[in-house]
Design a protein around this ligand. Structure first.
Ligand SMILES: O=C(O)c1cc(=O)[nH]c(=O)n1[C@@H]1O[C@H](COP(=O)(O)O)[C@@H](O)[C@H]1O
Length: 224
């Protein structure tokens, strides 16, 4: 079984991100580059990190009109990402066009409800109901739109997996027992998410901010 952990390289410095990736590369299954990294270093930075030799997850959370998102997906072909995110809230046409424009070996996954939000935050965006119901609704929409899977918290992945048997489920908001939660609100342990059907476990600060990141990655691997 391959290692499901993708390290979130949320670091502003390219050299530091590369050094961290090299340190942990034997203990994670892939590397996630998000908005912080991409805004700072763009395509050049992605190429640099790709040299580490692990699959690249480009977490750009695209959310725009279908034509614009399709154009962005097309532009990403040269970077050969293994996974790209779009916001499921962008709707069916946007997700359909995103998938149609994606590279052949690129999984497109829809972000449902950010793990940094709870029910009160959701209500303030005008959506009443529970995070569970909101995630289930957007998961169904993502599936109907032809996406490969979704991003959700570990609190919902079991129910989504039950409804979408062959879906690809990315779960962030993971904290090993006892580690700082920070800005995350819907949190579970890596092991719980794995047991409940997560395909990919996204983990950032519990590894990147550890005194010994390689050891932290090994410790997490040992719990799975
Ligand atoms: O799409 C994501 O990866 C994502 C979605 C989500 O709902 N919550 C979430 O935390 N993420 C990302 O997952 C990573 C979590 O980092 P840590 O909280 O440091 O483990 C960050 O890079 C976030 O951008």
């Amino acid at each position: 079984m391959s290692n499901p952990v993708y390290l979130a390289l949320d670091l502003p410095q390219l050299d530091a991100a590369k050094a961290l990736a090299e340190k942990v590369k034997g203990h994670v299954g892939g590397l996630k580059l998000g908005l912080e990294f991409f805004c700072a270093h763009g395509a050049h930075g992605v190429h640099e990190i790709a040299h580490v030799g692990l699959p690249i997850f480009l977490d750009l959370k695209l959310h725009d009109i279908p034509n614009t998102v399709a154009g962005a997906m097309q532009a990403l072909h040269v970077l050969e990402p293994a996974i790209v995110t779009v916001h499921a809230g962008g709707g069916r046409a946007m997700m359909e066009d995103a998938k149609a424009a994606a590279g052949e070996n690129c999984k497109v996954v829809g972000v449902t409800m950010l793990t940094s939000m709870d029910e009160r935050d959701l209500l303030r965006t005008g959506v009443s109901g529970t995070p569970h119901d909101h995630v289930m609704r957007l998961a169904e929409l993502a599936q109907d739109s032809g996406l490969d899977g979704i991003v959700c918290s570990g609190q919902e992945v079991k129910a989504v997996h039950k409804q979408w048997k062959n879906g690809f489920f990315v779960v962030p908001g993971l904290r090993p027992a006892g580690s700082a939660v920070g800005d995350q609100k819907r949190v579970v342990t890596p092991r719980a998410a794995r047991d409940d059907g997560a395909s990919v476990l996204v983990i950032g600060r519990p590894i990147s901010r550890a005194e010994d990141p390689a050891q932290a990655a090994r410790d997490i691997e040992a719990t799975l």
